[in-house]
Design a protein around this ligand. Structure first.
Ligand SMILES: [Zn+2]
Ligand SMILES: [Zn+2]
Length: 137
């Protein structure tokens, strides 16, 4: 298979770079590999709406304090034509199967994207899968 991305088959580092051009692009490879697994599973292009954010950009985006985007282990992704809850369902299923390891999924209907993270901001080790009752706390 031809490699299109410089991190995984489909993802390149520049896609995760902070959007205010500060150059912060230290994204977690574990996160990118989880995105790649889901991307491969669904066979559709996955757009990275937001990956790394420096503190200033996180503030301007209205992100929560100490957002995981600042730590490079969260990304907001979108798949054209897919509802964010549907997309969350795929991540959740692969997580339950043990193919990926994530801690947090937050579908956002406004903007049609899904927040995927390896940790939570207030509760770094707690799992929270919005929309999937057995995972909520
Ligand atoms: Zn920045
Ligand atoms: Zn996010």
């Amino acid at each position: 298979m031809r490699n299109k991305g410089d991190l995984t088959n489909n993802f390149s580092r520049h896609e995760f770079e902070c959007k205010d051009f500060c150059g912060f692009d230290d994204i977690s490879l574990d996160l990118v590999e989880a995105l790649e697994s889901v991307r491969t599973f669904i066979g559709r292009k996955m757009e990275v709406r937001s990956g790394c954010r420096c503190e200033a950009h996180n503030r301007s985006e209205g992100g929560v304090r100490d957002s995981r985007h600042i730590h490079g282990d969260a990304a907001d992704v979108r798949v054209s034509g897919a509802d964010p809850y549907m997309l969350a369902g795929v991540f959740y299923a692969l997580h339950l199967e043990g193919q990926i390891q994530i801690k947090r999924l937050i579908p956002k209907t406004k903007g049609n994207y899904l927040h995927v993270a390896l940790r939570g901001s207030k509760d770094p080790n707690g799992e929270y899968f919005a929309g999937f009752p057995e995972g909520e706390k």
